[in-house]
Write a protein that binds this ligand. Structure first.
Ligand SMILES: NC(=O)c1ccc[n+]([C@@H]2O[C@H](COP(=O)([O-])OP(=O)(O)OC[C@H]3O[C@@H](n4cnc5c(N)ncnc54)[C@H](OP(=O)(O)O)[C@@H]3O)[C@@H](O)[C@H]2O)c1
Length: 280
């Protein structure tokens, strides 16, 4: 099995372009065993970047992650997020301490502001800087920031250290291709694509089904392969199913032809003008 390809954070650190999401994990105790097993299999398969958040199951998803990474913390790149209601300096630091406890780890590899609300960015950045200095987080970034938000961030003295913007991006949600994605590329900051299969809603689309049929693949694999072909976008599908995990890993080996990419452009046209950032 070939290693999962990597892309680089702005400071040069490599991270896998295919990772794992955890939204809705930890919500239902009866599903916990399957969730932990799926995450463990994902790590075995090289999907070592795991994305979670204090918001998911009110911290429950972070506890599921803790169970999955127990004894193999060194293999995993853990991403978590602070809620905007905790974005003040003091509350961010306290939220991070709680996440570290639930994750049963000394350090979070990448800590994101989940979305922007009222708190001045300088406040949150000052908390991130303190957390980096204290060894509690290694990198920081943002999520659901549109172009204007990113420009505000980059205009700040310490804003340029931002490691990623995690945004909704999949073949049916292409708005960021007009401006945000090219600008992030220019700045050599990878974006992280969440809901890469639109939480399953796109899987019956005839364009995806047809291409899947030609490759003896699934629509989910086509959607993932469409994102992964870009090489510098970090893709974080969530699954609690071992079969889906294997399927998602195998999407890395699916190469779409120029004709298939053109057919997808026709079914899901790229943006012709700036669009407001889509969010889930
Ligand atoms: N920053 C943000 O605001 C934000 C927002 C949304 C999501 N996220 C992050 O991004 C991650 C991924 O996004 P998401 O969970 O919203 O949506 P997603 O990954 O697009 O879709 C997850 C859904 O698809 C199913 N699925 C996964 N692989 C499949 C396959 N091969 N075939 C068929 N169904 C499959 C899963 O069910 P099974 O478990 O049964 O496979 C689940 O119901 C989240 O878990 C979270 O970590 C971040």
């Amino acid at each position: 099995m070939k290693a999962v390809p990597t892309t680089k954070l702005p400071d040069g650190e490599p991270v896998p372009i295919l990772g794992q999401g955890t939204w809705f994990m930890g919500d239902d105790a009866r599903k916990r065993k399957d969730e932990v097993a799926a995450l463990k299999l994902g790590i075995d398969l090289g999907l070592t970047l795991i994305d979670t958040a204090e918001m998911y199951a009110d911290g429950g998803a972070e506890e599921v992650v803790a169970e999955a990474i127990e004894g193999r913390r060194g293999e995993v790149f853990v991403v978590s997020k602070v809620l905007p209601s905790n974005a003040s300096r003091a509350k961010t630091i306290a939220a991070c301490e709680r996440s570290l406890k639930r994750l049963n780890t000394e350090v979070i590899d990448l800590y994101l502001l989940h979305w922007r609300l009222g708190t001045p960015l300088e406040e949150t950045l000052s908390a991130f800087a303190a957390l980096v200095k204290d060894g509690k987080i290694r990198h920081w970034g943002v999520s659901n920031f549109d172009l204007g938000d990113m420009n505000d961030l980059w205009s700040l003295k310490d804003g340029k250290a931002c490691a990623t913007d995690q945004v909704l991006y999949n073949v049916t949600r292409r708005g960021i291709e007009f401006d945000l994605l090219p600008l992030c590329r220019k700045r050599k900051m990878p974006i992280m694509a969440y809901s890469p299969i639109e939480q399953g809603r796109m899987l019956k689309h005839p364009a995806l089904v047809k291409i899947a049929g030609a490759h003896d693949a699934t629509a989910a694999q086509v959607a993932l392969a469409w994102l992964l072909r870009q090489k510098d976008v970090i893709v974080i599908p969530k699954t609690s199913s071992l079969d889906h995990m294997r399927e998602n890993r195998a999407a890395l080996d699916l190469k779409l032809t120029a004709g298939e990419l053109a057919a997808l452009d026709q079914a899901f046209p790229p943006p012709k003008a700036a669009e407001p950032l889509a969010m889930l």
